[in-house]
Write a protein that binds this ligand. Structure first.
Ligand code: ADP
Ligand code: ZN
Length: 740
């Protein structure tokens, strides 16, 4: 044999396929320079046209399909020094792309959502309060005040983190530094992720809790795929139980992921975790400051972060050894992402556990029908925690029939006499009350008394909502804001606008008049400027510095207030209108959750629901604590209609700025629909309920079929039959949850 052959000169130059985080279905081919060694999963920097992009090596030279000519290949520019993206993550990205009918690159973008994560960490500037005097001429705006408070103790912090916590822009932080009020220091080390200690501070579990925990820890230790529904009333200790599963994952050297519906609102949860495991977990959510995001991403990829708690996007992080996923409040609609890649994080989490062959736990006091049906037919196993920890009883629920004269509140007020009386008794007893209305702002609709003109969003089919606290009108769909006008734009009458219906601000106003001495706190996304503000209100309620709490769904979740004994729901019927097939289920879940805030310790709680439809099955189920019969009826109806989870459904949403063009494409899709198949039902095209959103016209089509049919290939075929111009967008929503 000759030396030539041994040195391999006849081997073709190495090439790789690199998937880029762009709306591309396929990886691109690149040449590997001789001195570079790459494997599938390697992170690389490559040229694309005049740009340089980060991407992931998707496959090496041996693949099926067309090969780009050798001489056209451009070289990989740089290999990045990080552990390669695990194969499971790459397969998961592909699986999600094919399930949601999105380009692989669009899903990959979620997995490397911080392209800059691939860069080496830069030197960062941190801010501290230092010794600087506050000059007399510096106006102390609320944002500036909050920043000074945040930095008054503790270590130096990044501008982005401080700004996020203070609810302002980073410019305000920098401005204070320029004014000499803050001092800058170079930040060398970002927070590290010490290992949570599974034995730091375990609680003694009750009998039922222990059995549940043993079941889960056995599954985690053994490994292998399993899905378990952890079904237990609010306050039964589900969190304590799944913490034991997390501990088991830590003991077996696995990473664990806990998905929460709204991580930005989970201050109490983080404290509990730190209590149980000695350190805080790694957090992952969209409101994180970019440097911290980048840093956390790398810590997960390197396996340094052992437990991640996050919102839905945490599912796409490149965990090298994930061994458990917990989805808490698995029924929450917030797990459905409605923009970009449209996916349901709970369902994708189950797929991720299946691919990775490890257990997943779905926890809820009001499981979704989807999950309950899976538990009934044996695809998921099920653990029940039937009672509240420490023997606290479930609150007593009464329905207030608002149709009856004696229950009617005075004109332009919203609380019935019984509810007023109950609030007053509660406060006299030194206990706390809570009023829930899932409607931000002062009033949902503002109209002119003179001509009936309604204030509408210029970009959406929606009314503008008056926010009196901020003196502005807001669109809750696109974020449009305007000053409340002094005169009607239609008839020019001055001061003629009247507010119709209640929002939380209006209820707060009523309560302040009724109980002038009560200490009232608001809890809405408008009144809380960030996690710190939320934490403050929570502390005040816990310390007994608040008598009455008024808020929206921000208030409904997770919080544990020992002295809270009365929950009043101002409009229990609110979620039942509209064309959402899950309206009843969702209303039940939300109201059950709100009701669960009452009487969580020794003092018994009560819940009052103001309703115009007390005979509605949702109200009846809440009053009789009979979730299961309600869900059985709900399930029967859906089964008959072949609605999910008994059938499959997908939506096509056609949108664009030119109404005629949108209609033409929607009609063409309507004509091209697979109407010849008897097992499929096609509805539409019809204007979406939000027929104009953010200035775009919208039409919807819906396809429904039996559980045994996979809709994706049908949709694929359907979509290829219509040519869609670039100005029109057609979004595919598999398993739609939003019908707006
Ligand atoms: P869930 O998640 O089901 O709503 P939690 O886990 O939040 O219930 O428990 C409700 C409250 O009871 C929490 O304050 C929790 O710390 C407490 N708790 C639950 N189980 C125990 C236990 N075994 N020992 C001590 N406290 C417990
Ligand atoms: Zn709008």
């Amino acid at each position: 044999m000759t030396g030539d052959l041994l040195s391999g000169v006849t081997a073709p130059p190495a090439r790789v396929r690199v998937q880029l985080p762009l709306l591309l279905p396929e990886p691109y081919d690149y040449r590997v320079p001789g001195d570079m060694s790459l494997v599938p999963g390697s992170y690389v920097e490559v040229p694309l046209g005049p740009r340089r992009l980060f991407g992931v090596v998707w496959a090496d030279g041996d693949w099926q399909g067309e090969r780009v000519e050798e001489r056209k290949l451009r070289p990989v520019m740089r290999a990045i020094d990080l552990p390669p993206m695990p194969e499971i993550t790459r397969r998961f990205v592909e699986w999600v792309a094919s399930y949601t009918m999105s380009p692989v690159g669009a899903v990959l973008r979620m997995a490397v959502s911080v392209s800059a994560a691939l860069e080496d960490p830069r030197a960062l500037t941190a801010y501290t309060r230092g010794e600087g005097e506050v000059p007399d001429d510096l106006r102390l705006t609320p944002a500036r005040k909050r920043i000074l408070e945040i930095l008054s103790d503790g270590p130096p912090r990044l501008a982005a983190d401080v700004a996020a916590e203070a609810g302002c822009g980073t410019g305000v932080v920098r401005g204070l530094a320029e004014a000499g009020v803050l001092t800058t220091v170079p930040m060398l080390a970002l927070p590290r992720f010490p290992r949570p200690d599974p034995d730091a501070n375990p609680k003694t579990l009750s009998g039922a809790q222990r059995l549940a925990a043993e079941d889960l820890t056995a599954k985690v230790s053994a490994g292998g795929y399993s899905a378990t529904l952890l079904d237990g009333v609010t306050g039964s200790g589900k969190t304590e139980v799944y913490f034991e599963a997390v501990a088991a994952a830590l003991r077996t050297g696995k990473q664990a992921l806990v998905l929460l519906p709204e991580i930005a609102l989970s201050a109490q949860w983080l404290d509990r975790f730190a209590q149980r495991f000695g350190v805080r977990p790694a957090e992952w959510h969209s409101e994180m400051a970019p440097p911290l995001r980048r840093h956390t991403w790398r810590a997960v990829a390197k396996g340094e972060a052992r437990v991640v708690v996050g919102a839905r996007s945490a599912l796409f992080l490149p965990y090298p050894d994930l061994g458990l996923i917990v989805v808490d409040e698995e029924h929450e609609a917030a797990f459905k992402q409605e923009d970009g890649v449209i996916y349901h994080a709970r369902d994708m989490a189950v797929a991720r556990a299946h691919l990775g062959r490890f257990p997943i736990v779905l926890a809820s006091a009001t499981p979704s029908l989807e999950t309950l049906v899976n538990a009934e037919n044996g695809r998921y196993s099920r653990i029940d925690l039937p009672s509240r920890h420490g023997g606290a009883s479930m609150p007593d629920v009464t329905l207030i029939d608002m149709r009856r004269k004696e229950q009617a509140p005075p004109a332009r007020q919203w609380l019935s006499p019984v509810l007023r009386e109950a609030l007053s008794q509660t406060m006299l007893a030194g206990e706390q009350g809570m009023l829930f209305l899932n409607r931000r702002g002062y009033a949902p609709l503002t109209l002119c008394r003179g001509c009936g003109h309604r204030l509408q969003c210029p970009n959406c089919t929606a009314w503008l909502v008056e926010h009196r606290l901020s003196k502005r009108l807001q669109c809750h769909h696109c974020g449009y804001q305007a000053k409340s006008p002094d005169a009607c734009p239609e008839c020019e009458a001055e001061g003629s606008f009247v507010a119709c219906g209640p929002g939380v601000e209006r209820v707060a106003e009523e309560v302040a008049t009724l109980f002038p001495d009560a200490r009232i706190a608001m809890m809405t996304s408008d009144t809380l400027s960030g996690p710190r503000a939320l934490r403050e209100v929570i502390e005040q309620v816990k310390d007994g510095a608040v008598d009455l709490l008024i808020g929206t769904q921000v208030m409904a979740k997770g919080h544990h207030f020992p002295m809270l004994t009365l929950v009043g729901v101002v409009d229990a019927d609110l979620g039942l209108a509209g064309g959402d097939p899950r309206a009843s289920e969702r209303t039940f879940q939300l109201l059950h959750q709100v009701a669960g805030r009452a009487g969580r310790e020794e003092r018994p709680g009560r819940v009052m629901l103001q309703t115009y439809m007390p005979e509605n099955p949702v109200m009846q189920a809440l009053a009789s604590h009979d979730r299961d019969s309600f869900l059985a009826v709900e399930a029967d109806q859906r089964r008959q209609l072949e609605m999910p989870p008994f059938g499959r459904m997908a939506a096509l949403i056609v949108s664009g700025e030119d109404e005629g063009a949108v209609d033409a494409i929607a009609a063409a899709l309507g004509r091209a629909a697979p109407r010849d198949r008897e097992d499929l039902t096609i509805l539409g095209p019809a204007p979406a309920p939000l027929a104009i959103l953010r200035g775009r016209y919208r039409r919807r089509l819906l396809i429904k079929g039996p559980k045994t049919v996979s809709l994706q290939p049908i949709l694929y075929d359907w979509l290829t039959r219509v040519e869609v111009p670039a100005s029109i967008r057609v979004q595919v929503d598999i398993d739609p949850y939003s019908f707006l």
